[in-house]
Design a binder for this molecule. Structure first.
Ligand code: AP5
Ligand code: MG
Length: 209
């Protein structure tokens, strides 16, 4: 089963993807995580990606599509994956249709008024865990591995505003794209805790997987 996770910045794609990947035994592939790993590693792709990510813009399609096409060709992707953050515009979706079979597009729908607080309050760990400051009770270290938490470089109000605009203009049209293909599953990701949203999503996916 190959699933695309669609949703605005801060909708909860990463939070849900790691839980869903565990439950349904799917490989979690996040293009944002791939770019951040490249930035940390100082690669040429990382340098290029940073110049776009810092401005809240999409990294060029040619680079992004090549990375995803290559990653989906690895053996560990053969038994199903969950794509988090790709595709992000119609062109990327059309390219994906050429090299992959998408079964479901899961859209996590969240009221835009909630997104700025969710993102600016996010703290992440290098182990991959993510938290919101409202649940940390002042803690500054990861509950799982004990490392110091930090704020993503693009989680500042100016960049978040640009990311939300990019989403509205370029990514939101994908909802209709996948609806027309009969693959869209839309779930309310704004009401309730991450666990409650997870249960809501599983209630829909259990009938399809
Ligand atoms: P990416 O890393 O994908 O960022 P994003 O889409 O902006 O989404 P986020 O990771 O910020 O949010 P999320 O939906 O994962 O939410 P999360 O679960 O963390 O991309 C970054 C950049 O890379 C892009 O801007 C672009 O430049 C580039 N890029 C990536 N893919 C690309 C592509 N295909 N093409 C071109 N460029 C690309 O949750 C957010 C917060 O909310 C957390 O604090 C969490 O704890 C909290 N939260 C989650 N669920 C709930 C809940 N139910 N209730 C309350 N709080 C919650
Ligand atoms: Mg994410």
């Amino acid at each position: 089963m190959n699933i695309i996770l669609l949703g605005a910045p801060g909708a909860g794609k990463g939070t849900q993807a790691s839980m869903l990947a565990d439950k349904y035994h799917l490989l979690h592939i996040s293009t944002g995580d791939i770019f951040r790993a490249n930035i940390k590693g100082g690669t040429e792709i990382g340098k290029l990606a940073k110049s776009y990510i810092d401005k809240g813009q999409l990294v060029p399609d040619s680079v992004t599509c090549d990375i995803v096409k290559d990653r989906l060709g690895w053996d560990d992707a053969k038994s199903g994956y969950m794509l988090d953050g790709f595709p992000r515009n119609i062109y990327q979706a059309e390219q994906l249709d050429k090299f992959a079979d998408v079964d479901i597009c899961l859209n996590i729908d969240v009221d835009p008024s909630l997104l700025m607080d969710r993102i600016c309050g996010r703290r992440v760990c290098s182990c991959g865990e993510s938290y919101h400051i409202s649940t940390l009770n002042g803690a500054t270290t990861c509950k799982k591995c004990g490392k110091e938490l930090y704020r993503r470089a693009d989680d500042n109000p100016e960049t978040v505003a640009a990311r939300l605009e990019t989403y509205a203009k370029q990514t939101a049209p994908l909802i209709d794209y996948y609806k027309a293909q009969g693959k869209l599953v839309a779930v309310d990701g704004g009401k309730g805790s991450p666990e409650e949203v997870f249960d809501r999503i599983c209630g829909r996916l259990d009938k399809l997987i």
